[in-house]
Unconditional design. Structure first.
Length: 273
């Protein structure tokens, strides 16, 4: 089977062209440009077998990032595995917002930042890379997820502390100037969960209405936070999150839209602990 033949195989199976190219480039350890320039090169039997198997897995909705083992987020090449949610481009909206807030601090300040439910470490690492003056901590209830995040931090040479535990409980007794969180916010009965079945359910589902994790993060914030809380949520949850923040005593509440124009992130400020 040649490069062209492999891509034809993937097309016949129903794999999207870009996914097929990225999979083949991964298995051949070549660039996409190389594939285009060498359509006649034959795959060895091992590479062909692995590529065909991954094409079948992709058709079964296994995320491409799990197959290649990497996902880019905010300019960082993150290693990912089935223990963590695949970072989404829309979450970069939250990273950009946090970085913007941290830019308001004097250059000599060392704001304390926590990423609650870090998963692959995407948010914490994006913040640490863009704001070296920040003191960043990342938490997750899953030790397996933290192992992935810690590996990413070491590989990228970024300084982030990791704490295992459920939301704020992981940082008991600690205080922060800014907190970010992309918690699970999908309702238990959401039909989209079928397509997402290969990703960790605990990183996706938050009770019957999708708000249970957001409620916990917001309600317990005052014991740990004097500053901004920035949250990602579902496209139809902005009003509910605004209400949660209001009732918890947050001020200056604002919502921002994602890359698709949907209301995706909401923040508020606690002026004192």
């Amino acid at each position: 089977m040649t490069v062209d033949g492999a891509l034809a195989f993937a097309h016949a199976l129903g794999v999207e062209r870009l996914d097929a190219v990225l999979l083949l480039a991964h298995h051949l350890q070549r660039s996409r440009e190389w594939l285009i320039a060498h359509p006649e090169v034959a795959l060895d039997a091992n590479a062909q077998s692995r590529f065909e198997a991954d094409c079948h897995r992709r058709i079964d909705d296994v995320p491409l990032a799990y197959l290649t083992g990497v996902r880019e987020f905010h300019g960082l090449a993150l290693k990912v595995a089935s223990a963590v949610l695949v970072p989404r481009p829309d979450t970069e909206t939250l990273a950009d917002w946090a970085i913007e807030r941290l830019g308001e601090y004097p250059a000599t300040a060392r704001p304390r930042v926590v990423d609650l439910g870090t998963g692959s470490g995407a948010l914490a690492l994006a913040i640490a890379a863009a704001c070296p003056h920040a003191d960043v901590t990342a938490t997750d209830v899953s030790a397996s997820a933290l192992a992935v995040a810690s590996d990413n931090a070491q590989r990228l040479g970024l300084q982030v502390r990791f704490r295992v535990g459920d939301w704020w409980a992981a940082v008991a007794g600690e205080g922060f100037d800014l907190a970010v969180s992309n918690p699970p916010y999908v309702a238990a009965g959401d039909p989209h969960l079928q397509v997402l079945r290969h990703e960790p359910r605990q990183a996706l589902v938050a009770g019957a209405d999708g708000l249970s994790a957001l409620r916990q993060v917001v309600s317990e914030a005052r014991s740990h936070l004097a500053g901004w809380l920035l949250l990602e949520h579902g496209w139809d949850q902005a009003d509910a999150v605004h209400d949660l923040l209001t009732r918890a005593g947050f001020a200056d509440i604002e919502t921002r839209r994602d890359l698709h124009g949907q209301p995706r992130c909401t923040s508020g400020q606690l002026r004192q602990r």
